[in-house]
Design a protein around this ligand. Structure first.
Ligand code: S3P
Length: 449
């Protein structure tokens, strides 16, 4: 398989555009759904056709990994992929190390699959991924009978001796993580008996939805206030099914926030996934007074989808409760930019999980704002941003720390700051949003490469 090299740095100096942003665009496919589509298709019997697949670096790592495990994975056109699956328990031992690049989702979900096959594998990733915690998945997965060896602190590279007859797990999530939930459920596919996951706070449910779509028996029951219990009947007959991937709401977020903040702008993003466990940012922006209009709501590939139009206008500060965090966990950096532009203070509660993303996003977001003259404080796990009332000074050099969402948030900040903002490296944007800079230029951002 290909070796993943760190891309050459691509710095960008961002200035406020001369005119408002305008236009109607689509964003690339949902990253979470794209990873799952490739993995589940490789585990199903028959040929799955996927359309709208995100062709970002992260998802291409998953495609390579599923090939290395014996599935036939072919690209037939832009976003169009055919996967011939091998069936549950039938994946082959990879001949070489699996390199998951920058992708935590790929590494965590794949651990569940590798642990539940009677094969040996080794997983690694780039410097960012090699610094991220894996014990959150290897601890529960060890109860299947699989064995793991890793670097200190449970970091990659990780060696996995999987088991052909894994024990079904019953696990209560200690952290609100869809990746951990999904790793446990994926291991349950090859276990005889019922796998059960309790999540005290509901997290994105794409795994549950797609498992059902491929024919597995999955039940979801409410648990306490806002939690869920999910069960999966083991060894289902997973049968190939076509998958339509909606536009990624986490990518649409950057375009929509830019349009809300650049005076006079009006931009529509068409075909955005609106799964209610992903839309916390849109709820929050509306609470801040944003004019965000939804049209053309429909169901596509089993997920709610719609067109979102953002019309620029003044925003005010907001207090975001901790229990909303899982539904917008990837959106805090760009929300912090919106809060910096708004009038009055904002408080985002319960952000402990931000510390273990592609970077420590809590400290990286603080640095993004501070370097550009915005006052921000961390109190416990909360972030408090002092809004500038539309007068972000800017002029900072932003370190994006191998984190695509930091790079895009810094770009949005530069579009509304008084002085230009220098982003040290935009190369990692390709992990989730290839074509971001061209798309932004298409709506008038005027970003010079
Ligand atoms: C994801 C879950 C989230 C999110 C990530 C994608 C997924 O991570 O941050 O970008 O596809 O399951 P956690 O499960 O660690 O919260």
């Amino acid at each position: 398989m290909d070796t993943v090299h760190a891309p050459s740095p691509r710095p960008l100096s961002v200035h406020a555009p001369a005119a408002p942003l305008s236009g109607s665009v689509t964003v690339p496919g949902d990253k979470s759904i794209s990873h799952r589509a490739l993995m589940f298709a490789a585990l199903a019997r028959g040929e799955t056709h996927i359309s709208g697949l995100l062709e970002g670096e992260d998802v291409l790592r998953t495609a390579d990994a599923m090939r290395a495990l014996g599935a036939v994975v072919l690209r037939t056109g832009p976003g169009a992929w055919h996967v011939t699956g091998r069936g549950i328990g039938q994946l082959q031992e990879p001949a070489d190390v699996l390199d998951m690049g920058n992708s935590g989702t790929a590494a965590r979900l794949l651990s569940g699959i590798l642990a539940s096959h009677g094969i040996f594998s080794v997983m690694t990733g780039d410097a960012s991924l090699r610094g991220r915690p894996m014990k959150r998945v290897t601890d529960p997965l060890a109860a299947t009978g699989a064995a793991f060896l890793s670097r200190a602190g449970g970091r990659l590279p990780l060696a996995i001796r999987g088991v052909a007859d894994p024990a079904p797990l019953s696990y209560r999530l200690p952290v609100a993580s869809a990746q951990v939930k999904s790793a446990v459920l994926l291991a349950g596919l090859n276990a005889v008996g019922t796998t059960r996951v309790e999540e005290p706070v509901a997290t994105r449910d794409h795994t549950e939805n797609m498992l059902r779509h491929f024919g597995a028996h999955v039940t979801v029951e409410p648990l306490g206030a806002g939690g869920r219990t999910i069960t999966l009947a083991g060894r289902p007959d997973l049968v190939a099914r076509d998958v339509v991937v909606p536009g990624d709401p986490s990518s649409a977020a950057f375009v929509l926030v830019a349009a809300l903040l650049v005076p006079g702008s009006a931009v529509t993003v068409r075909g955005v996934g609106l799964n209610p466990l992903r839309t916390g940012l849109f709820t929050t922006l509306r609470e801040m007074g944003a004019d965000l209009r939804l049209s053309n709501e429909r169901i596509e590939g089993g997920e709610p989808v719609g067109d979102l139009t953002a019309i620029a206008g003044p925003l005010h500060g907001v207090d975001v409760p901790a229990d909303r965090a899982p539904s917008m966990i990837d959106e805090y950096p760009v929300l912090a930019v919106a809060a910096a532009h708004a009038t009055g203070p904002s408080r985002f509660r319960g952000l402990e999980e931000l510390r273990v993303k592609e970077s420590d996003r809590l400290s990286a977001t603080v640095a993004l704002l501070e370097r550009n003259g915005v006052a921000v404080q961390v109190v416990g796990d909360d972030m408090i941003v002092t809004g500038t009332g539309g007068a972000i000074p800017g002029g900072g050099v932003v370190e994006t720390r191998m984190d695509h969402r930091l790079a895009m948030s810094a770009t949005v900040l530069g579009l509304v700051a008084s002085a230009p903002v220098d982003v040290d490296d935009t190369a990692f944007i390709d992990t989730s949003f290839p074509g971001f800079i061209d798309l932004m230029n298409g709506i008038g951002a005027g970003l010079a490469p």
